[in-house]
Ligand binder design. Structure first.
Ligand SMILES: *[C@@H]1O[C@H](CO)[C@@H](O)[C@H](O)[C@H]1NC(C)=O
Length: 505
């Protein structure tokens, strides 16, 4: 009796610890502990209660560390929302939860220079990727082209041909073909030092190197000078196109053995599908590997900055995790219940309505967003303006062409043409149906940032640090500080705030 009770007690305790174990507790149990654990959405150890990430706000450049609501829990998004109210916020640090201080910060330039004035990459908006975990709001890291994080002095990462594993939870619908949306092991010099000097998760539909079945996007491994979907030859039909909104991607590698595994991150089946497991590429330089041990997020090893994607959480391990360990991690991710939430706030824009967008900066309160041919500008418009001008300043609200939860603005006088950004300038152009056009024509309304209160600001869906702004009476997508003249912080909040009114035509 006594022994039976204590056995049941032990069983209960064991069950509890398995249920509450975080991904890194699971990797540790499997003998392949995390050497880095990065997430803006939740703690990745059951006991972790430190800082998950740091945000910096535009109003006064001060920073705030965001931790979990409780040990092992979901990030305190409410603290971010309060701190960032009525201003802009960037993610400045993604802390390492492993205790090794392998934090990710703004990536420096490498073989490719970043877009900041000092050559660094851009930081991500703190609000580009809202989600819920078990119903609690949190924010992921929305990487636009030009955005990147890195640590070139990592403690404990795999070097040479040493074994490692890694996973990341990504947005399976946010990708492109640019090089390279990666998370994983890369060069410490931010330059391409040759085949086999990287081992990182890649996600996107680039076909220059490898590819899988269908048209992508695919999970591949960036091993430097190649994105690999499997063994040679380049195409691995067992590497599927991914359509899951939340996608668990796993890559691992050891002596002449590596694997690609993945699953819908919300799938409670508790296992990853193996897309490839086998020998290293037969091309020179990949066996043995020459891993260097830096960690990158959102960029290539040489700081290639052409890619986009969204990262919610990920880890790097030492040792080659077993499939069973990875499957247990996948079960934990599914239990975190990632789900989508709205990207918009502020006054509602009804789809199909015709609207005008009035500037609110004190210089310009009689001016409205209009267009002259392909150029988006502001013009003084009234109900007695010429019919042509009234039409040029009236827009039909459409469900966002690139993301239906946001909006697009169709020109009333040129049906089929929409406001889009191109090189950060706003244009009115015909919808060519391309993914690029649809994304560049999508804006997410939010409560106006302007000092007067009220109104709406319109975040570029694909560049959530950037908002529709009038500057010298021209339309741009501008960030609050940056390399373009129109990124000036002066009057930024007012310049990006518009009053949505009835259309003129
Ligand atoms: C924040 O820092 C940037 C760059 O150092 C500077 O240009 C800007 O004026 C600062 N903003 C405020 C509100 O202090």
């Amino acid at each position: 009796m006594a022994s039976k009770l204590s056995f049941l007690g032990l069983l209960a305790a064991t069950t509890t610890s398995i249920v509450s174990a975080g991904p890194c507790d699971i990797y540790a149990s499997g003998g392949t502990p995390c050497i880095a654990a990065h997430s803006t959405t939740r703690a990745l150890y059951s006991s972790f209660s430190g800082s998950l990430y740091q945000v910096k706000r535009g109003s006064d450049n001060t920073t705030l560390n965001i931790g979990p609501l409780s040990a092992g829990g979901v990030a305190n998004a409410g603290a971010q929302d309060s701190f960032c109210a009525s201003t802009t916020c960037l993610i400045t640090i993604i802390y390492d939860q492993s205790g090794r201080n392998n934090h990710l910060t703004q990536a420096p330039g490498g073989a490719f220079r970043g877009p900041e004035a000092n050559g660094y990459d851009n930081l991500a908006s703190a609000i580009g990727a809202p989600v819920t975990l078990n119903g609690q709001k949190a924010y992921g890291v929305f990487v636009s082209p030009g955005t990147g994080y890195r640590n070139n002095a990592v403690s404990g990462s795999a070097k040479g041909d040493q074994a490692e594993g890694m996973y990341a939870v990504l947005d399976g619908t946010h990708y492109n073909g640019g090089c390279c949306f990666d998370y994983g092991n890369a060069e410490t010099s931010s330059t391409d030092t040759g085949n086999g000097h990287m081992e990182a998760i890649y996600f996107g539909d680039n076909t220059v190197w490898g590819s899988g079945s269908g048209s992508g996007p695919w999970l591949m491994a960036d091993l430097e000078n190649g994105l690999f979907s499997g063994a040679n030859p380049k195409n691995n039909p067992a590497d599927p196109s991914i359509s899951a909104r939340f996608f668990t991607a796993a890559v691992k590698g050891t002596a002449n053995l590596w694997a690609l595994r993945g699953a819908d991150a919300t799938s409670t089946g508790g296992s990853l599908t193996t897309y490839y497991s086998g020998a290293r590429p037969s091309v020179s330089g990949y066996n043995p590997m020459s891993k260097e041990g830096a960690i990158i997020l959102g960029i290539g090893g040489d700081n290639s900055i052409g890619a986009q994607g969204t990262f919610y959480e990920g880890v790097m391990t030492t040792g080659y995790p077993s499939d069973a360990t990875e499957n247990a991690v996948q079960a934990n991710i599914a239990a975190a219940r990632y789900a989508v939430t709205s990207l918009v706030s502020g006054p509602a824009l009804s789809i199909g309505s015709k609207v005008s967008l009035r500037a609110t900066t004190s210089c310009c309160t009689t001016r409205y967003i209009a267009h002259s041919g392909g150029t988006v500008n502001t013009q003084v418009v009234t109900s007695s303006s010429a019919a042509a001008l009234r039409q040029q300043a009236t827009w039909t609200v459409r469900a966002g062409l690139g993301y239906s939860g946001c909006v697009s603005f169709e020109s009333v006088d040129t049906p089929g043409s929409f406001i889009r950004h191109y090189n950060f300038d706003l244009q009115v152009a015909a919808n060519d149906g391309s993914k690029q056009f649809r994304e560049d024509a999508t804006f997410c309304p939010q409560t106006g940032l302007g000092s007067a209160g009220g109104g709406s600001s319109f975040r570029a869906w694909g560049y959530p640090t950037r908002y529709i702004r009038h500057y010298n009476n021209l339309g741009e997508i501008a960030s609050n500080g940056g390399v373009h003249v129109f990124d000036s912080p002066s009057l930024f909040n007012d310049d990006v705030t518009f009053v949505v009114g009835a259309g003129f035509a």
